[in-house]
Ligand binder design. Sequence first.
Ligand SMILES: Cc1ncc(COP(=O)(O)O)c(C=O)c1O
Length: 398
Amino acid sequence: MEKPAIAGGKPVRETKIYYGHQYIDEDDIQAVVDVLRSDYLTCGPKIGELEKKLCELTGARYAVVCSNGTAALHIAALSAGVGEGDEVITTPITFAASANCALYCGARPVFVDIDPETYNIDPRKVEAAITPRTKAVVAVDYTGQSADLEPLLKICREHNLTLIEDGAHVIGTRYKGQMNGSIADMTMFSFHPVKTVTGGEGGVILTNEEALYQKLLLFRSHGITRDRAQMEHEPDGPWYYEQVALGYNYRMTDMQAALIISQLDKLPVFVKRRKEIVARYNEAFARLPELFVQQEIPESDTTRHLYILRIVPERLKIDRKQFFEALEAENVCCNVHYIPIYYFPYYEKLGYRKGLCPNAEKLYEEIITLPLYYAMSDADVESVIEAVTKIVVYFRKI
Ligand SMILES: Cc1ncc(COP(=O)(O)O)c(C=O)c1O
């Protein structure tokens, strides 16, 4: 039997709508099949082709593709020289990987609060959190809106820090007219299936700096080099290679690379559709005083990866959890991005406590991630709006 809706009547949708979903067409499938029929499944020509394409897209000089975005962040932190006893500043409203990359290197993540309206890390608070141990800042482009990179870069230059942009959400966004990916010292993109462009798994670090590029290449592949200039010993034959650092196997396969190349051809249409859906949501939700629409800084021409619905609890008879359950009962699948990282037991055991970042903690109590992906039809979008509006009207405080 159909479950009744919490906000009364029948559910707005008969079938469930996902909160995120990849879009794969025949060209994508053929691109992967072509690799499977070729000589190289890894370390083949698709890797260089993808890296070149990502440089062309973003204007970055170098790209190092990796098995996933987390691996990419790890080698970025290593290449920035992050090590034992260092501190790395980041936001708590992000996926765990943004802070874990510091822990992997033996450093301590330092959580800095967000701007209450844009939800991105607040540059003024970054400056106040710098200590002699600070080595890097990991700025996250939460939901796809660019972090405010200009003040962040200025602070990093003044204090001799590396700015790593966790751009897992940001592909397709421009900051001050320039595609994100070529602005920070290093920028990561993720190609996880709910992201705008996917490779199943996959990531990249983009940089303009030759020295960082060379380190990234080493750390991606075991710390092994075949470049004579990087070797310490005399080669004893043409087969010779050396391990000169402790690296990892974070290589991407050619199947992943081929899929991402094919997906990138569709980036303009992906971007266009996401922007249309976000504009429609914003227009509908701005009319409801029970909801708060995420503010954008004028510098960011944003391609949203996530759409965050934020309730104004004082104006509703229900809290976020009940709102979430009411949406699910309308067959609208939702999610919550993110639980502040330092709430996790692993971080608690490292000594972090609630109360560190009040804006982030308040945001977490009030947010729900709504469906947003390329393949949503107009009818899907309208039914999400209908479900949200129905719940607001039913539970509003008059
Ligand atoms: C903000 C953020 N950072 C890092 C990651 C890690 O990327 P990946 O899943 O490709 O390892 C993700 C993705 O899930 C993310 O959303």
